[in-house]
Design a protein around this ligand. Structure first.
Ligand SMILES: [Zn+2]
Length: 119
C-alpha cells in the first residue's frame, strides 16, 4: 500500500485517494519547434517512458483533497515516497543528487546551476 501526502492541501491517503499521472518532467517537443518535429520524436514524446529501478519522479493528482497535480519522488524498489514538490518546480537539490541513470542526466544542469554562487 502506498501512502501519499499532497504537498498542496496536506491530505494524506492511500493510492486510491490519488491519481497516478505517470512520469514527471516530460518536455513536449512541439512546444519548441512544431514544424520540424519528426514522427519518431513525436511518438517518443507520446509513448516512451523511463521505468527505472530506484528513484523515479512522477506526477500525481490529489483526488480526495484539492484536485491539484503535484510531483513526487518515489523509490520504485521500496515504494517509499522520498519527497513531494509543486507541479511547476524541479525536485529539491538533495533528491536530484540522489538520482541515477536517466534522471541524473536529466537534472545535471539544474544541479550545476543550483551550486553556482548567486551574484
Ligand atoms: Zn491536495
Amino acid at each position: 500500500m502506498l501512502v501519499i501526502k499532497c504537498p498542496v492541501c496536506g491530505v494524506e491517503g492511500e493510492e486510491g485517494d490519488f491519481h497516478a499521472g505517470g512520469q514527471a518532467h516530460i518536455a513536449r517537443p512541439a512546444s519548441s519547434n512544431p514544424e520540424n518535429i519528426s514522427d519518431i520524436e513525436q511518438s517518443d514524446y507520446l509513448f516512451m517512458r523511463h521505468n527505472p529501478k530506484g528513484l523515479h519522479f512522477e506526477r500525481w493528482r490529489c483526488d480526495r483533497g484539492c484536485g491539484k497535480w503535484f510531483h513526487a519522488a518515489r523509490d520504485t524498489v521500496t515504494l517509499e515516497f522520498k519527497g513531494y514538490y509543486a507541479i511547476n518546480e524541479l525536485p529539491p537539490v538533495e533528491l536530484m543528487e540522489q538520482a541515477k541513470g536517466y534522471w541524473a542526466e536529466h537534472f545535471a544542469s539544474a544541479i550545476k546551476s543550483s551550486k553556482r554562487p548567486k551574484s
